[in-house]
Design a protein around this ligand. Structure first.
Ligand SMILES: [Zn+2]
Length: 222
């Protein structure tokens, strides 16, 4: 339930690419911002491989603009950090990425962190999951960690958040990533997944509001 995460104040979302934060956590993120929570997004890669037949430097620039449009819709409340490792090749920068994440977590000591799930087939997503967990372990973090869904659905999620009221805004945020939805219909795919997750939430919890969309998460332990 949302009440189990609404007490946290210093929230981080680790996103391998410029769109994962919205696809996986977009509704929950809006819900937390309504409570004036501090949310930081860390993009681990530069996103430079994200648009077919467009050179990397241009792709990076386009995706930066898209992130800025997302943040504008959210009244610029997101704190954004780019680690800028090469898109698709995060594994090659293992040590540098671990070092950067560890130093950020040591400095800001987050209490709630969202990360891609470990079953995700995308190597940058898998690596972002693993490097975040290892960095948090390094600083003996007590943060609550939840895995989110993008390319692979979670098995037995243990946190379902009703995002029905935020779903229109989530759609608008997804549409900010024009370069991505031109290549793949993420809006239908992700909102379809969120609609499916609503079935489970309606069945598993006493919910007063109508549930049409929900985001699913699974707790990860260090
Ligand atoms: Zn991604």
């Amino acid at each position: 339930m949302f009440s189990s995460i609404s007490k946290f104040e210093n929230i981080f979302i680790i996103a391998p690419h410029q769109d994962d934060e919205v696809l996986g956590v977009g509704g929950t993120l809006c819900k937390l911002l309504e409570l004036d929570k501090k949310i930081s997004v860390i993009f681990t890669t530069d996103g430079s491989k994200g648009i077919k037949k467009v050179p990397g430097f241009l792709t990076k620039q386009i995706r930066l603009e898209e992130v800025s449009n997302v943040n504008k819709l959210l009244k610029n409340k997101l704190e954004i950090t780019y680690l800028n490792f090469k898109d698709g090749k995060l594994e090659n920068d293992e040590n540098q990425c671990l070092e950067k994440l560890t130093s950020i977590f040591a400095q800001f000591n987050p209490d709630l962190i969202f990360i891609p799930n470990s079953f995700d087939w995308h190597p940058d997503h898998k690596a972002s999951n693993s490097y975040t967990l290892r960095s948090l372990k390094e600083i003996h973090s007590k943060a609550k960690i939840y895995e989110y869904e993008v390319w692979e659905a979670l098995q037995e999620p243990d946190l379902l958040i009703n995002i029905t009221r935020q779903s229109e805004l989530k759609r608008k945020l997804i549409r900010c990533y024009k370069s991505q939805i031109q290549q793949m219909d993420f809006e239908s795919a992700i909102m379809g997944l969120n609609s499916f997750r609503a079935l489970r939430l309606t069945k598993s919890e006493i919910v007063e509001d109508k549930v049409n969309y929900a985001e699913a998460f699974k707790e990860a332990k260090l």
